[in-house]
Ligand binder design. Sequence first.
Ligand code: XMP
Length: 430
Amino acid sequence: MKQDMIVILDMGSTENTVLARAIRELGVYSEIHPHDITAAELGRLDNVKGIILNGGENRVVDGQAVEVRPEIYDCKIPVMAADHPTARCEQKLAGLPDKETLKAFVFDECKAETNWNMKNFIEDQVELIRRQVGDRKVLLALSGGVDSSVVAAMLLKAIGQQLTCVHVNHGLMRKNESEGVVEVFKNQLHANLIYVDATERFLGKLDGVSDPEQKRKIIGGEFIRVFEEEARKLDGIEFLGQGTIYPDIIESGTKTAKMVKSHHNVGGLPEDLQFELVEPLKQLFKDEVRACGIELGLPAHMVYRQPFPGPGLGVRCLGAITRDRLEAVRESDAILREEFAAAGLDGKVWQYFTVVPDFKSVGMKNHERSFDYMVIIRAINTVDAMTATVEKVDWEVLEKITNRILAEVGNVNRVCYDMSPKPPATIEFE
Ligand code: XMP
């Protein structure tokens, strides 16, 4: 990394990422490191122009108040403390610096240059990838999500046909989603893309399975097996591309929350498939990943796509998955997305989708009794997916969506709107 950097040392603040973001918004790169970093470790980071100790005096680890190693003060790098009164530096603030104070520290004191932008970042990463990979080959599981799509575009730019992407369609994708991945990566960007339609295999394994955790385990496990089978067919792959992003790195190891449900992403491959990882996005926050995708030329609908769980529509077709209800989830979700886009809600609402429960209710269709499924609409807003509030969708928009679902989706006679925040509900139903 050629870019100037301000290092934040985590002294127990809950706002390290807020500060890192604020510095990056000034056009200067910033990273968060543990408070007990050694001078040698600091020396190995490129172009460190300043250090901010971030956090209060009350944090105690193993019975000792948190302090930086004294050698850090001897590194001849300007130090500022945000709320850390025992720090050995002149500038001590009672909390996070305001923008002017931050600017004065970063530019006047540290003399950092504003060279953090996506163009430079991509240039750096392309060079680093080429250096790491040489003339060898990289494999990437391309789900079509934001992170894997941006990694694919970045690797494609760096090493072109040395990259092989595998897209596994587990049959639980949204309408036209797998087709979109093939269109963009294979037809437009000419990537080496292996498309695997594993619909029958997944639905077969899931047949009759109603327990949500069991469903998740089957989908996650099968995903790895299909990917592994494809990997074994290929010769001479030495690297695995991965869409790790900065929050994954900051959060790993500090998570103390109890498991509510097992989220799945591609990860645990068998040990005999030994790949070295290529993780070109590991320094980026989510919105920076999107900016990077746009800079790399990916279409906006792919880059600004709402989050979609790894197990896909499998956790929205509640209970044991049946093909008729899976189709109802897929079609109603497509209608919801179309109408949200038409109403200008697609860029505003964080996540919106439909689910279909595994029971029927009585209704009337064409003057006759019907006994059919219901579609539940969910639309929520959140900052970090840990808590969520319900979007107050206009009545007219809901009416239009309801009418379309009732008219266009088979086996459905009722539409409901989910009013539950998280907690006590979770965002998904399973
Ligand atoms: P919950 O339902 O736990 O969801 O409130 C929080 C966010 O995570 C998404 N989600 C997943 N994402 N793999 C993922 O990559 C998963 O297995 C998974 N399950 C839930 C969910 O859509 C929401 O945005």
